[in-house]
Design a protein around this ligand. Sequence first.
Ligand SMILES: *Cc1c(COP(=O)(O)O)cnc(C)c1O
Length: 717
Amino acid sequence: MASKSLSTAELTQIKIALHKLARNIWWTWNQHAQELFAELSPRSWQNLYHNPVAVLHEVSTYELGVRLLEPEFAARAKQVLADFDAYMSQSDTWIRREMPELAGKTIAYFSAEFGLHETLPIAAGGLGVLAGDHAKSASDLGLNFVGISLFYREGYFQQAINRDNWQTEYYSVLDPKSLPIEPVLDPSGEPLVCSLRVGAGSIYFQAWRINVGRCVIYLLDTNRQENEPAIRDLTLRVYGGDANTRISQEMLLGIGGVRLLRALGKQPNVFHMNEGHAAFLTLELMREKLADGISLDQSIEQTRRECIFTTHTPVPAGHDRFPSDLVQYAAGTFIGKLKLTLPQFMAFGRVNPEDLSEPFCMTVLALKCSRAANGVSELHGQVSREMWQSMYPGKKVSEVPIGHVTNGIHLAGWMKGSVRRFWLDRLAIGNGGKHDRHEYELINQSEFWNQILSADTVSDEEIWALRYRLRRELIEFVRRRISTSEHRPNGGFIEYDTLLDSDALTIGFARRFATYKRAPLIFDQLENIHKLVQDSQRTVQFIFAGKAHPRDDEGKKFIQKIVHLSKYSDLKGRLVFVENYDIHVARQMVAGCDIWLNNPRRPLEASGTSGMKITAHGGLNCSILDGWWREGYDGTNGFSIGDDSHPENIEEQDRRDSANLFKVLSEEIIPAFYNRDADGIPHEWIGRIRRSMATLAPQYNTWRMVQEYCRKYYQAE
Ligand SMILES: *Cc1c(COP(=O)(O)O)cnc(C)c1O
């Protein structure tokens, strides 16, 4: 025994390395690392929301040392640390292999939100999750990527449903010391502080660093003593406050972000704006050039060459616009530094600079000051070209310089660990039982997923057993959530262990409750849905989750309607609303649902990503042909609601879509799911699962998406 135990020096080294590992969220896509931390303190892991830093606070240094005396545990810890080291020092990255010209270039990526893990709740929805997945894949690919965002110390709100079935919001304060982030320090070991002028005074800010594998994201934070209380709270909440807060947050993000990068000695080659919120960065780049004595025209031209812009919003009202008096107030000093008059400055944010009543639009600024711009799906690219055509007089819609890169997800991060192992065990055999590529790379490849088309690699029975396990895990998760919820959405009169049926076709819907996503659309056919649910031979059930923006009463009414139906209609026990949707809830739902429902009002879902997360778990999409699904659906790999068209009239569209939704559900989905052979296996259904995985998983991931950004946009023009 003694020979197997670790020397004191080794022990110390492992302890330090584990602390370091906890502060690199590489563990969010490494199952073995998560299991290690979870095993140290299973209750803390659960209660502290899967946060290794908090777990290591909970477990004393002495206990950690003692636990490592267990040879098997120590061996696993050493293996995880060795894997982490190998990842961090990998030299044959995709970038070095395929695009060596980018290897020495730095990409700065600005986003008002990053959704990386449930323990860092600083994202409001899909835009942030996309940014987080972009960062993780940038790391996997070996891209030199730095992210810039804000540190919202109350994050996005937590949701509770009150007695009136109405969403209420509450906030908890994040403690940086127990999060997987680190303070950014100056050479003397003090927090690095930068500043900018907003309104009448200076704003001082510090920064926190998130290590994302080989990449870094910096979060700007105004919670500093030097600032007045109102300014300290500028970074309190995601998209919090009024227009004044909003423009101030955006100045901090864009201008402050560039200043932080400079203070860190960074000279990025590309500045990528994820949505218009960060577009002030272009003006800060211009200001720098002017200060160096470069002419205004030259400064604009050089800035454009550095910047690229991704737009996400096909709704005209969804773009930030600020009136000129607010711009004058908030950015007056800055405008002076640019040696511009207010109308000259406003012109950067106006489609028509002559129109002095036009507000300052962040998207217009971003488009004017970028060398390239893109939407996030083919259809959204088209819609964006139409929407912004007026900015390019004389150009036809097809000539408007907005392209598209369809969104993706970081597969390794979204796949449940057990599922990833399941597929690697079966599909990694293609290469004579070995594979020379890293797992995180392999699972994005067509060659890998194509093997699923053959029953030799994995049988229908095994796939069906996997689906049953995942559905069971989801149902038990939901029962646990509901029985421990303070607010008991079902009023205590549901028997938790009979809530939902582990044999039933399980349909999921979870995302922001923005009204265009039409969460309750399916209940427009309430009578029909009642009948489906009551069919004891072929029953269906529904799990919903999602947050409405605190000021969106229409979205809250949607939640109210669904919660009400779950309590008081014949759908009771077959319809559940899970409170407080976040990345953790999302991960359970995309693993366990058989059908992922997506019924936005076309063409308002620029891309959508949640449906991509279910493919690797063997769920199937049922969606309007909008965003990514219009490209992904091929007739065999899921289901479509309606066809590749939509009426202009909204009421007509709602009517048509809800009828089509019921039609595909009752005529295609339910029959296929319940069409079983003598052994109870639905072969046709599983055939669709195979098609879905083979065609969608290797395409709709950020490994492909970031490569596309590299080839189309990050490479110098
Ligand atoms: C994936 C994801 C989204 C995006 O969902 P859409 O269907 O694209 O709107 C939103 N929120 C969370 C927490 C997610 O994980």
